[in-house]
Write a protein that binds this ligand. Structure first.
Ligand code: HEM
Length: 141
């Protein structure tokens, strides 16, 4: 009885694994997992603080809280095993009326941060492509 129960459970696990395609977390790993992503996000926020084109948007924001939300969001976007608990991108950028130039400015700050962390250009481009796909959820909301 116990033996057949074990066999059945094992079969269910095997079938379950076979049916779920393995998640591609290669970008997450190439970015240095959570510690690497944390360094990238912190570097980006430091660059934003010096960027007169966009720093005013962040004047009243809890930056440590934003850092944590951004790390989780980037982690999920990169295919990592994180849980993002923040608002949707539409919701969090609503009313800010962000333009394509504001979006590009933030991306430049992100690129500069990845450059200084030594992230290889092809890896940078994979993250930037995934962020570019989210542009419509962020600008002119
Ligand atoms: C792909 C690009 C972007 C991503 C992935 C992104 C992601 C996020 C996330 C995850 C949050 C936190 C939401 C929450 O607190 O629940 C956030 C908030 C915020 N973002 Fe973005 N963002 C992007 C572009 C931008 C740009 C271009 C600007 C301005 C130049 C901007 C300004 C802000 C500000 C000011 C907040 C704080 C809002 C608040 O706390 O009231 N974001 N963003």
């Amino acid at each position: 009885m116990l033996r057949s129960l074990c066999v059945t459970l094992l079969a269910l696990v095997v079938i379950g694994c076979a049916q779920q395609p393995a998640k591609d977390d290669s970008l997450y790993r190439d970015l240095g997992e959570k510690p690497g992503i944390t360094r990238i996000v912190e570097g980006m926020l430091i660059n934003v603080a010096r960027d007169e084109r966009i720093v005013h948007f962040f004047a009243k924001v809890d930056i440590a809280g934003l850092r944590d939300k951004l790390v989780d969001k980037f982690c999920v976007i990169a295919g990592g095993p994180c849980v993002y608990t923040g608002d949707s991108l539409e919701e969090s950028h609503k009313g800010q009326n962000l333009s394509p130039s504001h979006f590009n400015a933030l991306v430049e700050n992100l690129q500069a941060s990845m450059d200084s962390q030594g992230v290889p250009t092809p890896v940078q481009n994979r993250l930037l492509a995934r962020l570019a796909a989210l542009r419509g959820q962020i600008i002119e909301k």
